[in-house]
Design a protein around this ligand. Structure first.
Ligand code: CMP
Length: 152
């Protein structure tokens, strides 16, 4: 990572609700584990039903989150995310935190790049943080995701 990239990703991670309660040492571990993934328009980043491998923070691009209610059922858009002007949306935490298959499909709508942290590092840092930090993090996830779930 270049120095400029490192500064950008540090700001994005610090502002992310999942990592808000981490201390400096934990934050540095997250940053060390993050790798960049460039995505093209139309590319499926996460497929509903797959096992979870990475958690993503968007650096740029537009993304659509869709849920298919069942076999042969049309997918419904739940929410769309645009990374712009210092806003860095994120996705892919649910499967990693709860050890469940991916709850939705995430497709890149216009090309961009993502920062990805692998399942093992994500869980080692976040799920093994202090119970106080973890409880607050889990509560933030529930609140934020339920806002859009309510619109289903
Ligand atoms: P995960 O289940 O790992 O993979 C799909 C991701 O889409 C999921 O994690 C969330 O990050 C995101 N996602 C799924 N459902 C919603 C929702 N209702 N609102 C916002 N984001 C969602």
């Amino acid at each position: 990572k270049t120095e400029e990239e490192s500064a950008r990703i540090r700001a994005a991670v610090k502002a992310n609700f999942l990592f808000a309660y981490l201390n400096e040492a934990q934050l540095r571990r997250v940053l060390d584990a993050m790798v960049r993934r460039d995505v093209a328009a139309g590319e499926v980043v996460i497929r509903q039903g797959d096992p979870g491998d990475y958690f993503y923070i968007c650096e740029s691009g537009d993304y659509s989150v869709t849920v298919s209610p069942g076999d042969n059922q049309p997918a419904v858009e739940v929410i769309s995310y645009a990374a712009q002007g210092g806003s860095n949306p994120c996705f892919g935490e649910l499967a990693l935190m709860h050890n469940k298959p991916r709850s939705a499909t995430v497709t890149c709508v216009s090309a961009g790049s993502l920062w990805a942290i692998d399942r093992r590092s994500f869980r080692a840092i976040l799920m093994k943080s202090s119970s106080h930090q973890l409880t607050r993090t889990l509560r933030s996830v529930e609140v934020l995701r339920s806002l859009s779930l309510n619109q289903l």
